[in-house]
Ligand binder design. Sequence first.
Ligand code: BGC
Length: 730
Amino acid sequence: MSKSARRRRHSVSIAAALLTTLPLAVAAPATAHPATASHPSACPWMDTRKSADQRATLLLKASTLDQKLRWLVEHAANNPAQTVFSGVTYPAQVPCTPTVTYTDGPDGVRGTGGVTAFPAPISQAATWSVRLSEQKGRALADEAFGKQKNVVLGPGIASGRTPLSGRTPEYLGEDSLLSGELAAAGIRGIQADGRSGAVLKHYVANEQETDRSTSSSNIDERTLRQVYNLPFEIALDRSDPAGVMCSYNQINSVYACENPILDDVLKDDLGYDGYVVSDFYAVHSTAPSLAAGLDQELNRPIHYTPEKIHQALSAGTITTRQIDEAAYRVVRAYLAAGLFDHALPATAAADVSTAAHRATARAIAEQGSVLLKNDRDILPLKTGRKTTIAVIGATASNTPDSSGISAADACSMRFRDTPAMTCTPVAPLESITARAARTQSSVVFDNGDDVAAAAATAAEADVAVVFGWYGMGEFADPASLSLADGGDALISAVAKANRNTVVVLETGSAVTMPWIDEVRGVIEAWYPGEQQGPALARLLWGDTNFTGKLPMSFPKSIADTPTNTPAQYPGVKAEGQTIRQVDYSEGLAVGYKWYDQQGIDPLFPFGYGLSYTDYRYDRLTVSKQGRDLAVSFRVRNVGDRAGTETSQVYLTLPSSTGEPGKRLVGFRQAALKPGASQTITLKIREKSADHPLSYWDVRKDRWRTAAGTYTVSVGSSSRSLPQSDTIRLN
Ligand code: BGC
């Protein structure tokens, strides 16, 4: 039975008969809420031998209506010992309910020092590593808990509709399968120790920051299902996040947090049985929101105050059953995540970062860095006693330049005008200098404030490593994909002065590279977190190999992207209207599918990334196994260095389906010594949550597999697929 079918079977209903009375095994209460310690038997929902469903039912049975209402608002739900929230009064909560604290966390624990500044999620996506995403999730939840926070508002996914979306670094790229898989791994990691919950966000079609709260993502049904809903469907199939956060935007003129898709698609079709929580101030109504399936209002009570809920009840626009269901979902999810059974520490630890967490941060920075260009093997650096390396650019160093920019700015995405993560990085300059010393070579540094002086420094050196960056993050979309602070001019000047120039890019999304033909090497390091220095030094010298691959297409220019008309992006706000209308008229042609469909060459394609070794593909076989496909091929390391290759399998559907280009249907990593090979077999399952063989049939309202010829292609990127074969499905 599929997971969603299973979920539907134990469909959420607090009408479910109460359990037979079992002798109680009462867990230590997870809260300082007064009634608990002295009266454990008054809390039958603390019996850990019962299921979360049973425990939630017991708790709500013992609750008054207004006690239930507390679960519908973050502050009232999570602070049981308090009764007044921003002037709104609630009754005391039932005993034995936990203190819960949310924290933002796609990248790391925000708003505090003493934590690990991990690389941005886009870097995590570039590792293509399910294992590292899970590992990071564990570390993140561990640090959050030490800081007295037991729900992580993350991971986040979007579909990469435009590389200008400000939160691109916070998401996992443009492909449904890759982002769905990695988000699921992150959620499993966060919830692995059974004491923390994850909240997957932002549902759905939240693809820009420009007017994010006053714009409507206007999308046809097939596109909504196949492009924007699909990564959530995959993530929810492969993990059980406590919560899902609905987004700021409207979808087809109805706000996400009061959109019937919450009940109809997320809960019913996908079988999601956790709770839906709003984004911050993303609720616009009481009755329509509750009726649509919004279970909890984030932050303080505004639309879900007891007063407004009672009014709606009297007006008959909501029912007590809807309240019960919302409260039940929150309580059951908190119980299932272990929040009732593991009290937060009494005080926050000053420093929760550990050597193991920092090792994970470094591993992501290493494996997420993508080698985009390596002309005549400029890398790995071959340094010796007389070699001089010029390191150029403000983000290479911890000493700020004249405009205050330093390595800390490249650590993470931005939150308004500052880096989202508190970060004291090991700066690239420090690590490069230390590594160079091992070959007795020397390093000179110039922060690039004065371009002519930087070029002169580069001219004197044997090799120049020049850093380019731009900041982006929540609240605003960048105006372009160009480097900040005159970065393009700096790189060009350095490249003219030294023909052995390697560029290190620290950006949250794609970058335009007007200087690409002038330089010999390019590394996309994204926002590489606090371990940026050690990771980069190891890669530059080849102490470790590059394995990263782009999780998003890099266009040559914004004009080449799928959203290249104002109606599509940023959308149009007619005079006198408050809502910007954003027309998703490119339909299914998002990301690499657009470039394939239009025959446009991107600057660098999805899935692309070089290595210090070479891989060859052969022996592809494709066969039918019932309704599924079995794909098998061999990948060989034909170079002279060990490496890890991420093999990618794409499928082109029959043209009758109207699908643009091909789609990623599988990927697998293989660590290969020089000369070694591995035969990889992947099963492409028709009924899998990623629907690899199917398209959304709008007329029938379901996924459908067309008869016809399917092409399977295998290789190292979406544009390097040396092996392919066709198969007919009837
Ligand atoms: C963001 C969410 C975040 C929330 C709470 C909002 O501005 O969109 O991603 O979880 O704030 O901090």
